[in-house]
Design a protein. Structure first.
Length: 261
C-alpha cells in the first residue's frame, strides 16, 4: 500500500507565497523586456505638453467652422424628384427596381408591375370557370338535400380579385388562428381594414373556388403529360418574366433552404 502524502502546513504555505512575492518584486521593467519611457512619468513633461494647446491655424479653422454653421439654413420639403437623390454610391453594388415610377406612386403600383392586370384577369376567368365546374359536378348532391340556390356570384372585375389578394397578404402579416376572426366584432380580434374591404362570405366563396390554371386544359394525374407544377407553370412563367423585366437581383442573394429541398 502506498504511503499517504503529507499535507503542507499553514506556515509552510505562507512561506512559499512570501518567497514568490520577493522574487517578483526583484524583477525590473528591463528584466522582462518592457520598454521604459521616463518622460511619461515626468510631471513637467505632462504639464508642458497639454493636448489642449492650439496653433493659430487650428484657431482659424475653428472660427471658420463656427461661422459657416451659423449662416447655414436648411431647406425642408415634402416633395422630391428621383433625380435629386444621388444614388451613384449605391449603383456600383447593383440590384433593385430597374424603373422608377412617378412621384407619389403607391406600393400597389409597384406590386402591379410584377403581378399585372393581365395575370389577375386570367385568374378571374379561371376562378369563374372552376366555380361553374364545381356547380355542375355537385348539383346532384346539393339539390336533393334542399339547397335550391347556388350562392356563388362570378367575379365581375379584377379590382375585386386584387382586394381578395390584399386580404391574403394582410393575413400573412397579422396572423389569427381562424379566418372568421378577421371579421369578428370583438375589437381584440377583428381587423377593420379587412372588414371594410370585403364581406366575409364573399371572401370565403372566392377562397373556395380560387383557381390559377384553366380547368378546361387540365389533365388527369394518370395522363403521361401530367406533372406536379403543370397548373402553376403558366402563372409562374409570367411572374418570372415580370421580375426579370422590372427588378435586378442584388449581388448577394440568400436562397431559403426550404425552397431548394
Amino acid at each position: 500500500m502506498s504511503k499517504r502524502k503529507r499535507e503542507l502546513t499553514k506556515e509552510e504555505i505562507e512561506a512559499i507565497l512570501l518567497a514568490s512575492d520577493d522574487s517578483v518584486s526583484d524583477l525590473s521593467s528591463e528584466d522582462d523586456g518592457w520598454p521604459v519611457d521616463d518622460s511619461l512619468a515626468d510631471v513637467s513633461f505632462i504639464l508642458n505638453n497639454d493636448p489642449g494647446d492650439e496653433t493659430d491655424e487650428d484657431k482659424a479653422n475653428d472660427e471658420e467652422a463656427v461661422n459657416s454653421a451659423s449662416t447655414f439654413k436648411p431647406s425642408w420639403t415634402e416633395q422630391i424628384e428621383n433625380g435629386q437623390i444621388d444614388l451613384k454610391q449605391h449603383q456600383k453594388y447593383g440590384g433593385g427596381p430597374k424603373y422608377n415610377l412617378p412621384v407619389g406612386s403607391e406600393a400597389g403600383d409597384y406590386f402591379k408591375m410584377l403581378f399585372t392586370n393581365d395575370m389577375c384577369e386570367k385568374i378571374r376567368e379561371n376562378t369563374n370557370k372552376y366555380a361553374e365546374f364545381v356547380k355542375s359536378a355537385t348539383i346532384d348532391k346539393w339539390e336533393p338535400i334542399g339547397i335550391k340556390k347556388w350562392r356563388w356570384k362570378p367575379i365581375e372585375d379584377i379590382e375585386e380579385l386584387f382586394s381578395f389578394i390584399a386580404i391574403i397578404l394582410i393575413m400573412g402579416i397579422a396572423k389569427l388562428p381562424r379566418i372568421k376572426y378577421y371579421w369578428s366584432s370583438n375589437p381584440m380580434l377583428g381587423n377593420d381594414k379587412v372588414k371594410r374591404t370585403m364581406a366575409r362570405d364573399r371572401f370565403v366563396d372566392i377562397y373556395r373556388f380560387f383557381h390559377i390554371s384553366d380547368r378546361e386544359n387540365e389533365v388527369s394525374p394518370n395522363d403521361p403529360s401530367f406533372y406536379m407544377m403543370r397548373k402553376l407553370d403558366p402563372f409562374m412563367s409570367c411572374l418570372r418574366s415580370n421580375f426579370q423585366m422590372h427588378f435586378e437581383p442584388y449581388p448577394h442573394l440568400s436562397v431559403d433552404e426550404a425552397m431548394v429541398k
